[in-house]
Design a protein around this ligand. Sequence first.
Ligand SMILES: [Zn+2]
Ligand SMILES: [Zn+2]
Length: 249
Amino acid sequence: MEIKFCGSVSPYPKGIDSCPSILVSSGDFKILLDCGAGSTRNLDMLRDLRNLVAFISHYHPDHYSDLTSLLYSSYTNHNLGYLNERIKIYLPDEKCLEHDYLSDPTRENYAEFLEYNALSSIAHGDMQITFAKNPHPRDTYGMRIDSKDGSVVYSADTGFKGNSVERLAKDADILICEASYLRGFNRKNDTHLFAHEAALIAKHANVSDLYLFHTYPELDKNDYLNEAREVFPQTHICEDGMKLDLRRV
Ligand SMILES: [Zn+2]
Ligand SMILES: [Zn+2]
């Protein structure tokens, strides 16, 4: 499995940093986890749209707003002869305006829309993806991908108390976990994690490596890294465009 970080910050893109999106590939099969603002510029559209299945973790715009760009690219690339099979888009089965907007059948696309929830288990190539619901204002799902190469877990957005990420990430090779706050911040609601909380989850889940994403674009990513490494030394930062080969981790 190869992992490419296409977006790493929230709630808006800045400079070279886009909003959350992770591409996981195994051979010719690709899984896209979220599609935040600006992130599709880091996709190789001619290659990555083929055999692509995208999962949107929840209906907050920092996680889905570039989906319209992805969908229109599927339409144009199909018309140009570069794409012969529809991309698949899995949306949370929460009934809401965003669900209807994103899957609007009148929009030009070359996609198939499907739904998932916490009970779903979906295979794509040799990859198997499972889900767990997080404490967050919208129905929000962390995702785990298992393959012959190992396991990758994506937290999506989550509060700390009652989070399901620790269970989902048990003994995983890589946990890609959100870190929105730094010590000293006044967190009004427990809907996102401090960097040291992400590290605690990684430690309790016994993962091999932790990668932090969803950092605030005005802050230094190294401050998140330093706070987390006090708890979990094997912590790294997601940088847009960065790739990992799971077999070499
Ligand atoms: Zn959110
Ligand atoms: Zn978010």
